[in-house]
Design a protein around this ligand. Structure first.
Ligand code: GLY
Length: 403
């Protein structure tokens, strides 16, 4: 399918794009919000989701902790004054030390989310400042991620005890953990990290996209044969529906897959997954938490604004890898999503929320899924981060990415 086709459909085609001036203004608001949060969140970390739109300080324990440090680094890159820049630098350095301690002491790292935790925090800090703390922490995290590899089936096991039959699976989100492995190979010269990433990529891309271009959230593999067993949801509405954020991880994840491999099949996968995502957006471009709700029922179903900004980042990533027209369409699509978020979902008033982006959903319980309910219609820390990353990518197309 041509990208041109989905981007010219209905409301999406006529939706306005964010301008450079608007994006700059939105970024300035974000930077000031990060600055205001530093007093409570330099040595403490926000949890995955806000409570009544305010984050609560806690330890560096979650799979999401790195997104906050990522916001600090994006703020550092966009600081309004040298004094403000120094504050972000100091916070970023202290947080990298916290990540080094976390990985050295093996604190809540028995899962696959090493990329989400260590790329926007430690890889970013190392790239921006040369800090060896960041480099060491991120390489240890990449080593830890390798321990999740299951050779029978060729995938990184997402959760739980290694080999446990009820957890012999990978999840679509993991596509965004792979850049850590590619980075570790580049940085150390050891191809082993990249080889494991490519094995996982091959398995994930073989099974995660369904015939109609929607995606499974989780894919169970047969521990005896290594073959596909079945797909299932955890955080989506039901097994066969398309969890909005899973589809958005697919947009960004397939763009990253193409970035590293330049394989034609991954470009096709990007077009399919992205087309499905964009065709299932409501009129204001902020997805309901599961794309099955389409235009939705505002009264009973919450949105997930974080999915819109993750997809925007994926589109902007892909625009750097494609030729003329198709690249322009990707930029245009991302600019529409960012406009929708800046106009309708960005929190500009600190007296109403400490987050950047309102109306995210972490985990919504349904009668058919297996998650526990958490962070429904709240700010979510990765939504805040990817909103800033999307603005940054839009404002600086040559931005040196953290992943
Ligand atoms: N990676 C877990 C989530 O997106 O909620």
């Amino acid at each position: 399918m041509e990208i041109r086709k989905w981007i010219t459909e209905k409301e999406f085609a006529t939706y306005p794009e964010i301008t450079m001036a608007e994006a700059k203004k939105s970024m300035a608001v974000c930077v000031d919000k990060v600055d205001a949060m530093l007093k409570d969140f330099t040595d403490a970390f926000p949890g995955p989701a806000s409570e009544n739109n305010y984050y609560v300080p806690g330890p560096n324990r979650s799979w999401t902790s790195g997104f906050w440090t990522g916001e600090v680094w994006l703020a550092y890159e966009n600081a309004a004054s040298p004094a403000q820049k120094d504050r972000f630098l100091e916070a970023g350095q202290r947080q990298m030390a916290s990540f080094l301690e976390r990985i050295r002491t093996h604190n809540d790292v028995d899962h696959h989310d090493m990329g989400f935790m260590f790329s926007p925090s430690c890889v970013a800090g190392y790239k921006l400042t040369g800090a060896l703390t960041g480099r060491e922490a991120a390489i240890l995290a990449a080593d830890q991620l390798l321990t999740r590899f299951q050779p029978i089936g060729g995938f990184l096991q997402a959760w739980g005890e290694m080999g446990a039959p009820d957890n012999y699976r990978f999840i679509i989100d993991c596509l965004c953990n792979l850049p850590l492995l590619y980075w570790a190979s580049e940085e150390t010269g050891d191809p082993g990290y990249r080889e494991i990433a490519e094995k996982h990529l091959h398995t994930a891309m073989s099974y995660v996209i369904r015939e109609d271009d929607s995606t499974w959230h989780t894919v169970f593999m047969n521990p005896a044969t290594g073959e596909f067993d079945h797909g299932a949801t955890c955080q989506g509405f039901r097994d066969g529906s398309a969890w909005a954020r899973g589809q958005a991880w697919g947009v960004y994840g397939t763009a990253m897959a193409y970035r590293y491999t330049r394989k034609e099949e991954y470009l096709l996968a990007f077009r399919r997954v992205t087309g499905y995502f964009l065709r299932h957006l409501p009129k204001d471009l902020c997805p309901f938490w599961d794309l099955t709700f389409g235009n939705g029922d505002e009264k009973t179903q919450p949105r997930d604004s974080s999915s819109a900004v993750i997809a925007a980042c994926g589109l902007l990533q892909m625009s750097r890898l494609l030729e003329d027209d198709e690249a322009a369409w990707c930029i245009s699509g991302a600019a529409k999503l960012l406009k929708a978020m800046a106009d309708g979902y960005q929190s500009v008033d600190s007296s109403k929320s400490s987050g950047q982006l309102l109306h995210g959903t972490y985990s919504r319980k349904s009668p058919y899924n297996t998650c526990t309910q958490e962070g429904v219609d709240e700010c979510v820390i990765w939504g805040d981060y990817y909103f800033m990353e999307g603005l940054q990518r839009f404002l600086s197309p040559e931005w040196k990415i953290y992943w």
